[in-house]
Design a protein around this ligand. Sequence first.
Ligand code: SF4
Ligand code: SF4
Length: 159
Amino acid sequence: MGLFDRVWNAAKSMAVGHAITIREMFHRPVTVRYPEEKPPFERGSRSVPVLKVNEATGLLNCVACGLCERSCPPSCIEIVQAVDAAGKKKPWPETFELDLSHCMVCNLCIEACPFDALEMADVVELSSYQVQDLIFSKDQLTELWKTSKALRVAGGERI
Ligand code: SF4
Ligand code: SF4
């Protein structure tokens, strides 16, 4: 390539680069000033599965059937079914733990639940330097449901 061609190509690429820069100066930025500004959750967003409370009864919908536990690929759900004094199983979880450090937010637990007991919450600020802080108990998962909105991955009136 001759000298003239090189100079021409350099000038052309500078002109194109500047034209793009000037054009973008008049566009609305696609980024936001997080965390002051929070972008809306897009349809199909996922975050953390939480335990739903039946608003009529105030009890969990969960009957401790264990289907979510068995369908979780990284085994991050651990449920202990409640038993009465005689050792008879009760239809609610004594403990329900979710290890968010292993959760890959695949939604399979929610799809597996036949009792509409789990839901994705619109919570994303749960990071921690301590991995133990990412193990959520039944009460924490219930509290998260109460203090968040649902992200409906499939169907439902909300995103
Ligand atoms: S979203 Fe996926 S990885 Fe997370 S708890 Fe549910 S099944 Fe397990
Ligand atoms: S599948 Fe639903 S009802 Fe069964 S243990 Fe999991 S959350 Fe509870």
